[in-house]
Design a binder for this molecule. Structure first.
Ligand code: C5P
Length: 399
């Protein structure tokens, strides 16, 4: 994906600028050419010499540098690239982009380019949350600018929250995905995500702790590859990604209905943590605590298995059905058995035993169980796991 590609990398002024050096190194290792542009503020954080030495290229710095204009005008510079990347992207540059300003080399290149633009924002949490920033962000998204991060984390300024630039491997993965643009164009992929809520009475329910993070990341990664995504989600903590069709449900039975209504699909990914049982004697009126009557008894009924139902459809089964398995021991053996039991094509299995720290964490370490056997992936962020899975799905359904 990256070999022989030409990346125009704009480095703005921010503490995270040092990470851009590592981005250059990794891109070059992957066979890409990096043409660096350093803003005036960027020069305060990394030196032109280190940038050009790592990139083995001239570093472009000034709109009115005549030598550069003679060698390559700014219009050409912005178009000779396969992709334009801004890392770190500051609040200032994003405001310029959102408003179409072109008063230095970086902003002019971004106005003049006809290529996709990927930005990795990095700023203080208050700046990120400021209404002006959020307005600009919405405008940039509307313009089709791709984003990676920011992440939650402790920042150089000591505050905690969203604003920390995405990690270098995530930036490189986002870049690779942006370059593989269109691998899923014209394809429809269904994704289930989040927990389900099973009512006890109109105000009480049974739920689980699924955040919906992995499902949302998978939907976003499929969308990045150009797929039309139907995102059937239970009440999740993590919001659904931009650019997908969101179908909100509460119960397992509603989820099954929504999934069947969203078919046909080229592929379906079942990342939801569906409740295995519902309360069979749920009441329409709030259960009352009656003095001396004791605690009520709940009866349970089995919920439909959505993954199994769709995997075993005679007509309208998606070409590729992917299920998940969270295991605490004998991961490969259990996941292989689950694949056979459900009738799906792949199982994405992860070890959620407490010592892995995966449950509720930022990272994941999965194995892909398919007809070919078991493939162990390295420990990656959930976003990068999602990108790899999306790329693998693209390969499988277009191959
Ligand atoms: O059987 P188990 O719950 O371990 O299987 C997990 C996989 O099955 C996940 O992909 C999950 O989304 C899916 N599933 C489902 N409907 C259920 C239970 C699980 O789609 N009722």
């Amino acid at each position: 994906m990256l070999a022989d590609r030409r990346i125009l990398l704009i480095i703005c002024g921010g503490i995270a600028a040092f990470k851009a050096l590592d981005v250059i190194r990794r891109l070059r290792e992957a066979g890409a050419t990096v043409v660096p542009v350093l803003t005036r503020a960027g020069e305060e954080f990394v030196t032109p010499l280190s940038v050009s030495a790592l990139a083995a290229q001239t570093v472009y710095r000034d709109l009115f540098d005549l030598t550069d204009e003679a060698e390559m005008g700014h219009i050409e510079l912005s178009r000779a690239a396969d992709l334009v990347v801004v890392a770190p992207a500051t609040a200032d540059l994003m405001a310029k982009m959102a408003n179409g300003l072109a008063n230095d080399l970086a902003s002019t290149l971004l106005m003049a380019t006809d290529k996709r633009v990927l930005i990795a924002p990095a700023m203080n949490v208050r700046m990120w949350q400021h209404p002006a920033m959020q307005r600009n962000l919405a405008a940039l998204r509307g313009d089709g600018v791709l984003l990676v991060g920011p992440e939650d984390g402790t920042m150089a300024c000591g505050e905690f929250g969203p604003g920390r630039m995405a990690d270098v491997p995530d930036i490189v993965a986002a870049l690779a995905a942006a370059l593989s643009d269109g691998a899923l164009a014209g394809r429809h992929v269904l994704v289930t995500s989040g927990p389900t809520h099973e009512p006890i009475d109109p105000v009480r329910y049974i739920a689980n702790r699924s955040s919906g993070a992995q499902g949302a990341a998978i939907a976003a990664a499929l969308r990045e590859l150009g797929a039309r995504v139907s995102f059937v989600t239970g009440p999740a903590r993590v919001p659904p990604p931009e650019g997908v069709e969101v179908i909100r449900v509460e119960t397992a039975r509603e989820m099954l209905e929504a999934v069947l209504a969203a078919l046909p699909a080229d592929a379906a990914v079942f990342a939801a943590a569906v409740a295995d049982w519902r309360v069979a004697n749920a009441t329409d009126r709030k259960m009352k605590k009656t003095e001396g009557a004791g605690a009520p008894t709940l009866d349970f009924a089995e919920n439909p298995d959505i993954l199994k139902t769709v995997s075993q459809l005679d007509a309208g089964r998606p070409g590729l059905v992917v299920g998940f398995a969270a295991e605490t021991h004998d991961v490969a053996t259990n996941a292989t058995a689950k694949r056979a039991r459900k009738g799906c094509d792949w199982i994405v299995a992860n070890d959620v035993s407490p010592e892995t720290g995966i449950m509720g964490g930022e990272e994941n370490k999965v194995s892909i169980v398919s007809a070919e056997g078991v493939e162990d992936w390295p420990r990656l962020s959930k976003v990068e796991t999602a990108r790899r899975l999306a790329a693998r799905i693209a390969e499988a359904i277009s191959g």
